[in-house]
Write a protein that binds this ligand. Structure first.
Ligand code: GLU
Length: 479
């Protein structure tokens, strides 16, 4: 039988990275086995489900490259299917109607808890026989009857056999009095109706599984395989949440992560293949299987994700990176930059020192902005505030102005000559120029950078820095 899996998010928030990992595991499992990956939006909770979240989830999946083969199906559009199966379940004598209000039910369940008794049909018969026939003005709920003895168990593909004593599994509502079905019911109907062969999901659903098995049996469906993936923890070993920082895929996208880096990182959270860290998608499809998924929770490590992102940026070709930052570039310069070989050369130089696309953009900005918005403060104190360095900078400006071939070789020569003449360290002069040009004290090799930037732009920036120094630095006060 060919593999059919699904990702079934509830659109009550943005796509969490835990959810994204579940989606990726399902996707890779389907691709590895040549099966089908289905997307199903579980939007029966009308109050909490929002259209904008559905859109955001679909966008995040698309961005990550998790392509689905079928769907998205919407549970809210499948009520007729659920009704049919409800009728079938009742016809098979597996469910019963109960005419009680939600408050009555809660009170009764509380009292049972105190007596350490479970909510089962026999207990209702004993204590509230009147609930089992119509009561004026009270709409009924439909309850599924759970077995009273034996075990409810299944072989989890990750956890091994998981077993629950049947007497501990309470009867539960599958259809509410407001005429809506409950999660455990619709999830089973959908998984069976969509012929899902493997249910791969977070282990927060382990406790729902025995209830779902009861419904599978009540409807006469075959059980799928279950695989519960351990949760993701924050660095403090507590369940990953907003407290630990960004947790949505969208937030990582905005923070300048490449989708393939996040994809690769999330797969490795809980799945391993020897010590290998970096995988192409094709390799993952070839190598991924549930046998590589561990039983223990994975710890989310933002540093490692950042490292991986840097590796992916370093390995990306320049055109790709240009496309990634395109929207941030000044609109009036986009097309010019897109055909400017010097800019592409600069992308090549700075990508090796950029861990995110935001850093990449920041490291490129000096190329297309006339002047730095500000000069690094520490740099100003060290390199803009010494008279000999300032004098050398002015002299260097003159040398550059005279230069016919504005290239690395001639630039290096001019820097050396001037620093000797003014008796300043070559490094201090280079740092002053770097600060003048980029506003920062780190950049790729200065001669290479200036050659790429070109004579006109370089001179303008240095001139601006000279003026800035004249009006902001008082050399008299320098000790
Ligand atoms: N809609 C459920 C959730 O978002 C998933 C249900 C399932 O995978 O069985 O947690």
């Amino acid at each position: 039988m060919s593999v059919r899996v699904r990702f079934a998010p509830s659109p009550t928030g943005y796509l969490h990275i835990g959810g994204a990992r579940t989606a990726i595991f399902n996707y890779l499992f389907a691709r590895h086995h040549g099966g089908t990956f289905i997307l199903r939006i579980e939007d029966t909770d009308v109050e909490r489900s929002k259209k904008e979240y559905t859109e955001a989830i679909l966008n995040s999946l698309r961005w990550l490259g998790v392509e689905w083969d079928e769907g998205p199906y919407f549970q809210s559009e499948r009520m007729n299917v659920y009704r049919e199966y409800l009728d079938l379940l009742i016809k098979r004598g597996k469910g019963y109607q109960c005419w009680c209000t939600p408050d009555e039910l809660t009170l009764f369940k509380d009292s049972l808890k105190k007596e350490k008794k479970k909510f089962k049909r026999s207990v209702v018969e004993e204590n509230h026989p009147e609930w089992l026939s119509p009561r004026e003005g009270i709409p009924p709920v439909v309850i599924v009857e759970t077995p009273t003895e034996g075990k409810i168990y299944y072989d989890d593909l990750i956890r091994g056999t998981i077993s629950f004593p049947a007497e501990d599994v309470e009867d539960f509502i599958i259809w509410r009095s407001n005429d809506t079905p409950t999660y455990n019911f619709v999830v089973v109907v959908d998984d069976a109706d969509m012929k899902i062969t493997h249910v791969i999901r977070g282990d927060d659903h382990i406790s729902n599984t025995p209830k779902q098995i009861v419904i599978y049996r009540a409807l006469g469906f075959e059980l799928p395989h279950f695989a519960h993936v351990p949760m993701i923890l924050g660095p403090d070993k507590k369940r990953l949440s907003k407290r630990h920082g960004a947790t949505s895929v969208e937030a990582y996208r905005e923070a300048g992560y490449l989708p393939e880096a996040l994809f690769n990182y999330l797969v490795r959270l809980g799945w391993s293949y020897g010590d290998q860290e970096i995988f192409t998608k094709e390799e993952l499809i070839e190598k991924f299987d549930l046998s590589g998924v561990g039983k223990s929770p994975a710890v989310f490590n933002p540093e490692k994700l950042l490292w991986l992102n840097a590796e992916y940026i370093r390995a990306s070709d320049h055109n790709r990176l240009f496309q990634e930052i395109y929207d941030k570039l000044p609109p009036d310069q986009r097309s010019k930059l897109g055909t400017d070989p010097s800019f592409f050369k600069l992308i090549g130089l700075v990508k090796v020192r950029s861990r995110t696309l935001i850093e990449l953009y920041e490291n490129l900005r000096f190329y297309f902005e006339p002047y730095p918005d500000s000069y690094d403060e520490k740099g100003v104190r060290k390199f803009f505030s010494k008279k000999p360095v300032f004098d050398a900078l002015c002299a260097l400006y003159e040398e550059m102005d005279k230069m016919i071939h504005f290239n690395e070789e001639n630039l290096e020569k001019a820097f050396r000559d001037v620093s000797e003449r003014y008796n300043v360290k070559l490094r201090d002069l280079a740092q002053a120029v770097r600060l003048a040009v980029t506003g920062k004290t780190v950049s790729p090799g200065i001669f290479e950078t200036l050659e790429i930037l070109g004579k006109i732009r370089t001179l303008k920036k240095i001139q601006r820095a000279i003026e800035w120094i004249k009006s902001n630095v008082n050399f008299e006060n320098q000790g």
